[in-house]
Design a protein around this ligand. Structure first.
Ligand code: HEC
Ligand code: HEC
Ligand code: HEC
Ligand code: HEC
Ligand code: HEC
Length: 740
């Protein structure tokens, strides 16, 4: 064991240092917080050195000849669009004093006070010159902060950051956020943290826009110290000076700005350094045990060493038990919750990680990179980490054979008879897997455990065999029964009662996935949702097919429904009949997709509905689904007396109100502009897969949807119907479905 850090007193010392640093901005600051190891009671001896060298990005500069990818800092090309400039100047002048615990080193420490202030101002001016956008200051609603507080303590933020009213060691600081962000810029950051911080240390919790907004309101609940002065114009030469300082002080070694830089001389290679000495260039106020760990001899490389080091670096161990590291910590444990505690502790605590033995590589990748989920009842979310180099190396290491592989699965039985037996075993007359697990989202009871039809896509066959024979060996305390206690089948009449053959039968049956015949016992209870008898429309902000997380669905009492895309600012889909079937949404944790209440859904093209075009025939700005168009801003919606939303957004400088009303099964869409639309602006009305069946004033779109618009103003480009908007202040369109 290495010398232990006296935890509590160091913690108070850090707070004291932090307080001193705020009083005297150039004083030495608190040690950097490296969550994966600092949240533990002692630095893990075998891993601390490698974790510190990478998490403090020593290897970004001392890179030559080693294989530890540095963490790297945020992308700075848009930093002035998310953070307030005075904060940036203070942070650059002395990161640790401005944000105690930050992992960004102090690089301007060699300058005297006035030189340092001038350098920080010049670098800020340079960073500000990289984008014209500045954070918008729209205050959030009051109730928003309350919802945000709940979210913070349920979705997983409190697994890494300190829960409210506590200061847990090893928590990445959320310090002075009000001085740094506005509600709008923090919302945007939280919706897509990997865009500005591609290192993935702050992962993507798959928040929808509204959740991000609520969280931002919560995090910004303390008012800002004072409002920043108006932005000063850069002095002549200041931007160029800032760019030069940015290079000279090696900022680029950890940050991208979207610009090419000329690198100065290489820093010495790690192997050539006496790591007992402090770095002369990048100042980190390391705690004594951090310094000792860096100077320690490197541990021998092995598969498990590499895997566990990666998991400490990415802080997977905040939520998952892995190797000897157990999670969650007692203080954070209460913030791990479930919607159904009848499924046991496993329903609330993220699974123990057995990387390499349990999951198929494709699924593992999907989980880690995109946060794919299989436990809808778990409130904590598996975040998306993206694919930075450290995640790639973690996934690559997981592919190497483990030291303790599981036994080979037994030979497979004949397919047809195995599948027939599997169907019986899974159903409620036999082993009744469907009592606790869902089959296409439904089960035989109110328990809705892990979905059966996708198990063979996720799990390795050898793991499945080993697990089924003794679940509690893998998940101590699980309520999942052992169906073959002591090797004896509880259903001896099937396949001679042979455990291996019965498990193989279940596997082969499940392998057919959603194509397989449903086992007996499943109760299907569709959950329809839509307008009631009160004549009011319903609005549901959720994920919709072809739109993604920022969909706003509206069910109109007249029996026609739409989903509006609040990211791309377009009408995304239209369908007739029921609004939606919600079991995927409300029986899930909220990340599910709405099933439209009809098979005939007309899906309109991606990309914004209004765009500026160089010429009427230019291609429409094509955008893949779920990407944000540049220069557009969604500004929310208001509801009329019948609960129908009027969406408001900006296209460049032009304010647009996009209001859909129903008259029976026919929709009227009124687009109103705050000023006459400028030249070159077009509305895309739709496209047809075949040539448009125009009859003068209406056109057939996809799947029986017709659109009516002002006659004689159509432009047909390729297959698109476009309307020039120049000079217009209002446009009316009508949508309806052709009778079948
Ligand atoms: C921004 C780039 C950068 C980062 C980050 C950085 N260093 Fe350095 N470091 C340098 C440069 C450049 C030198 C050489 C300075 C010189 O030649 O005077 C140096 C020198 C050193 C020295 C030699 C000191 C001496 O007295 O000879 C040590 C030891 C060292 N660094 C350790 C570290 C450690 C440990 C980390 C991470 C905690 C780190 N460095 C992070 C750039 C960096
Ligand atoms: C896996 C651990 C982890 C989880 C889970 C997590 N964070 Fe973070 N967060 C971090 C780390 C680490 C940083 C600092 C990142 C860096 O150094 O690049 C950070 C940074 C941030 C920042 C930026 C602070 C600044 O000064 O700019 C905000 C805001 C934030 N987190 C909020 C949240 C919220 C809200 C949630 C839940 C939705 C959350 N975090 C979940 C680890 C986490
Ligand atoms: C050794 C790596 C490293 C070097 C070198 C470095 N930074 Fe950083 N920087 C970071 C990290 C890590 C963060 C995130 C810290 C946090 O959130 O606490 C950061 C954050 C920032 C931020 C805030 C970004 C945001 O999105 O919130 C700015 C601005 C910044 N750095 C500027 C600079 C400048 C200017 C220099 C050179 C003087 C520099 N950095 C050098 C690692 C580095
Ligand atoms: C904020 C907490 C949190 C963090 C941090 C976290 N996870 Fe998870 N992870 C979860 C939750 C919750 C689940 C279960 C999600 C589900 O299936 O719906 C999960 C599931 C998984 C699974 C699927 C396991 C299975 O048996 O189905 C893998 C693999 C995984 N995580 C790997 C990682 C890795 C690797 C990291 C670090 C890079 C990590 N996780 C970080 C919360 C977290
Ligand atoms: C009494 C309830 C119950 C019954 C009956 C049951 N299970 Fe489970 N099963 C669970 C619970 C709870 C878990 C743990 C889920 C977790 O780890 O999140 C589980 C886990 C599993 C897992 C591991 C999944 C994973 O990704 O970790 C498999 C495989 C599995 N069950 C298959 C079956 C099969 C096949 C049957 C029928 C032969 C069955 N179960 C019957 C409750 C049950």
């Amino acid at each position: 064991m290495p010398p232990r850090r006296p935890r509590l007193s160091t913690h108070f010392a850090r707070l004291l240092l932090a307080a001193a640093a705020v009083a005297a901005p150039t004083a030495s600051a608190a040690p950097p917080i490296v969550p994966g190891i600092d949240a533990r009671d002692s630095l893990p001896p075998d891993h601390a050195r490698d974790v510190l060298l990478t998490e403090l990005s020593c290897t970004a500069c001392h890179g030559a000849g080693q294989t530890l990818p540095p963490k790297r800092g945020p992308d700075l090309s848009q930093v002035a669009a998310r953070a307030k400039l005075p904060y940036l100047t203070a942070f650059i002048a002395d990161p640790g004093a401005t944000k105690p615990g930050t992992t960004m080193p102090h690089l301007l420490h060699g300058l005297d006070d006035s030189e340092r202030a001038a350098a920080a101002a010049a670098i800020t001016a340079y960073l500000a010159s990289l984008t014209d956008e500045r954070p918008d200051d729209i205050p959030p609603g009051q109730r928003s902060a309350k919802r945000g507080r709940d979210l913070f303590h349920t979705v997983g933020c409190a697994a890494c950051h300190s829960p409210e009213d506590t200061e847990l060691q090893g928590s990445p600081p959320l310090h002075r956020l009000t001085d740094k962000y506005t509600a709008a810029s923090l919302t945007q950051f939280l919706e897509a943290p990997l865009e500005s911080r591609p290192s993935g240390r702050m992962p993507d919790l798959k928040l929808d826009h509204f959740e991000a907004r609520d969280l931002a309101a919560y995090l910004l609940r303390e008012p800002a110290a004072d409002s920043p002065p108006p932005e000063a114009k850069a002095a002549p030469g200041q931007i160029a000076e800032g760019r030069e300082l940015f290079t000279r002080h090696r900022c680029y070694q950890c940050h991208d700005t979207g610009e090419k830089v000329e690198a100065p001389a290489e820093a010495p290679a790690l192997a050539d350094l006496d790591l007992a000495k402090p770095c002369t260039t990048a100042r980190f106020d390391l705690a004594p045990d951090q310094r000792a760990a860096i100077a320690a001899a490197p541990a021998a490389p092995s598969r498990s060493h590499t895997l566990l080091t990666s998991m400490l670096r990415m802080n997977c161990v905040a939520c998952h038990t892995a190797g000897d590291f157990s999670a969650p910590s007692p203080e954070r444990n209460p913030h791990f919750t479930t919607t159904n505690i009848n499924l046991g502790e496993q329903a609330r605590i993220p699974p123990r990680l057995d990387l390499g033995r349990k999951l198929k590589p494709d699924w593992r990748r999907k989980v880690v990179v995109t946060g794919a989920s299989s436990r809808p009842y778990m409130n904590t979310r598996m975040p998306a980490f993206g694919a930075p180099p450290e995640i790639e190396s973690l996934l690559a290491t997981a592919l190497e054979p483990p030291a303790d592989p599981l036994p080979e699965p037994p030979p497979r039985g004949e397919q047809k008879s195995a599948r027939d037996a599997g169907l019986l075993l899974v159903g409620d007359k036999n082993l009744s897997c469907v009592a606790c697990h869902t089959w296409k989202g439904e089960s035989a009871t109110t328990l809705h455990g892990i979905e059966l039809t996708s198990m063979t896509d996720r799990l390795r066959e050898d793991w499945f065999h080993a697990y089924m024979l003794n679940p509690s060996e893998f998940h101590p305390g699980t309520i999942m029964p052992n169906f073959w206690p002591g090797g004896n089948a509880v259903r001896p009449e099937l396949l001679g009662g042979d455990p291996a053959q019965q498990i193989d039968a279940i596997w082969q049956y499940l392998e057919r996935g959603r194509e397989a015949r449903s086992p007996s016992g499943i109760r299907r209870e569709p959950l329809f949702y839509g307008p009631g008898d009160d004549g009011r429309a319903v609005v549901l902000r959720r994920q919709y097919r072809g739109i993604g997380k920022r969909g706003i669905g509206v069910g109109y009492p007249g029996g026609i429904n739409i989903a509006f895309d609040a990211l791309q600012l377009r009408l995304g889909s239209v369908w007739a009949g029921d609004f939606g079937e919600m079991s995927g949404v409300w029986r899930g944790q909220g990340s599910g997709v709405v099933n439209e209440g009809s098979r005939e859904v007309s899906r309109l093209q991606t990309g914004p509905d209004i765009a500026r075009l160089p010429a009427p025939g230019s291609p429409w700005p094509a955008l893949p689904e779920q990407t944000r168009p540049e220069g557009y801003q969604f500004e929310g919606y208001t509801l009329d007396k019948a609960g129908r939303p009027a969406f408001r957004y900006r296209v460049g400088d032009l304010g647009v109100t996009d209001y859909l009303t129903d008259d029976g099964p026919k929709l009227t869409r009124t687009l109103t502009f705050a000023a006459p639309a400028p030249d070159g602006l077009y509305l895309r009305i739709g496209s047809t897969e075949t040539a448009p069946a125009g009859d003068g004033d209406s056109y057939a779109l996809d799947r029986g949807l017709r659109v009516g618009a002002p006659p004689a103003t159509y432009l047909f480009e390729g297959r698109e119907l476009r309307l020039p908007l120049a000079g217009e202040t209002e446009i009316t369109l009508h949508y309806w479905f052709e009778p079948k």
